[in-house]
Design a protein around this ligand. Sequence first.
Ligand SMILES: C[S@@+](CC[C@H](N)C(=O)[O-])C[C@H]1O[C@@H](n2cnc3c(N)ncnc32)[C@H](O)[C@@H]1O
Length: 611
Amino acid sequence: MAIKYVPYFPETIDGQAILNNFTRTQRFLKYKDNDGVYNSIAKGMPLYEMESIEKVGENKDNNLVIRGECLSACAYLKEKDIKVDLVYIDPPFASGADYAKKVYIRRNPKVDEAIKKAETELNNDDLKAFEEKMYGDVWNKEAYLNWMYENLLAIKSVMSETASIYVHLDWHIGHYVKILMDEIFGEDNFRNEIVWCYTGVTPSPRAFQQKHDDIYRYSKSNEFLYNPQYVPYKGLHATNVVSHGSNKIADPEETKKLLERGKPVEDWWIDIYTVDRVRKEIADYATQKPEALLERIIKASSNEGMIVADFFGGSGVTATVAHKLKRKFITCDVGINSIQTMRDRLVANKAEFEILEVKDGVSLYRNPQQTMDKLKSLIQGLKNEDGLDKFWEGSIQDSKYGMMPVYIPNLLEGTGRILDTRLVNEIIHNALPDLPENVKKVIVFYIDIDDKKAVDEFIKEQNDTEIEIEFRDLKELLSEVVVDDDVDYEITNNEIVINHFSSDRVQQKIDEYNDKMQAQAIKKGTEYKPLTISGEGLELIEFISLDCTNAEGTWNSDSEIKVEKNNYVTINGEKTKSYWDGKISFNKKPLRMKIRNICGDETIIVIKEQI
Ligand SMILES: C[S@@+](CC[C@H](N)C(=O)[O-])C[C@H]1O[C@@H](n2cnc3c(N)ncnc32)[C@H](O)[C@@H]1O
């Protein structure tokens, strides 16, 4: 008998896994009180219309770059019966950070001298760059794991029977995802936990430096491809290996063979540097991974001609390396900056591919994060309301109805944006009863309605409150505010000269940035010199492409220039050491011109002029 019973630590900490939350039966995890994810899995992957945006080259291998969410990309592949042989994903890590893109204002070819002078007087970066948010990686664990569960199930459904998957994460959430993967792929199909170590200093005075990522490798079945990888032996290691650590004298022939072959790569990788140390690879994409990492993975788990997929493509590293190693590729990302970075990188590497866009309504703005940030300011009259539950985004005052609470779907969470009976049920039974008594009407924004008739009937039957529910389509609101950029040009028989360019969207970002920096400077008692744009505005242009083949539909880039952030111009994918001269040339009459501003918005102009 125990002498006495010592109390456990009495209370669980917020967010801590409670044991009875997990019941482990027959290797399955059950999540208590949350069947949302099961319902949406039972419903299936959302398949949307796809629009072919651009075709680069003949694309005989059917390489794809998909702008949209992983789930919709998988739905499309499944529908088309396309199976992939290897998957690498490096999804958001739930790192709690927001990732920003540094936007570089280019040199204006019309005021070359003035810029040159200014550059010698001011620090390059201060003069020419500002930041904008690309994607947010702030999650609560449960939402992240539910989201990841759906994504992994979708990915598994498009993997061939012999395919492998590598999921790249770190200490933030990797160990939880490992458990999900055990469930989805089966513990028996777990192959490796790879630890990728790198160097650098992070400010963590109360912890060991966190300098590794975890990559979980699973196969779809027991029949999987694995090509062992080798690195050169260093020093005496080879002889040790041959003699197996015993006192046996190593056989010189065997030693020679092993030395030539190299040492089998272990599951901890210390020989692959981060991108900031392999500078020539830098694509200016936050969280970009090095090509050497993908090279090892792709060589180990695929052969030439196989399809390599990455559903969180970022800078396009997987597709680029797959192409270099003569594999086919399918890559996807939800952000327009990622798609443009991949596109330009793949063009520079002479890859052929097609860009498809998922028409799900979320890609309306540059990325869901920016759309979310923008939404509140777009809804006229919307203001914060302290007395309301956080389910509501705020409220609008109306002369007839008084205060009307407003719901906006979370575009960052896959299932949240669909208006279905599940959401209406939550509104009617949880959200409406908690509202103050004087509320007569609420406004619910949606991106997609699952079944409008079912939703209306559900409300009729179940809403026994006096509160009216008004639905509004978010897509209409967003399409109203996306204003194209303005361009003024002249056309001759072999070139287009750009005289003037203006972009309210970029100007707004610059104004916001100037205001922020100004406020910081005042606080610090320093001086801030605001970023200004010339009258011609050509420094806001990043890329121009001419389509001389199609007057509408899929884009065909017959001539293109890209003004790199160092101001050198890349012409048709070939880097040069020249500055842009404000022109683009062509061999055949252009039918359309596409201009991408430095933030990534694209404007298409139909060319009507006779040459
Ligand atoms: C860590 S980054 C990938 C970086 C990439 N491996 C590289 O080396 O450049 C994660 C990417 O996932 C994208 N993303 C976030 N949610 C997504 C979703 N639901 N579907 C597809 N892509 C998504 C983000 O836009 C971001 O580019």
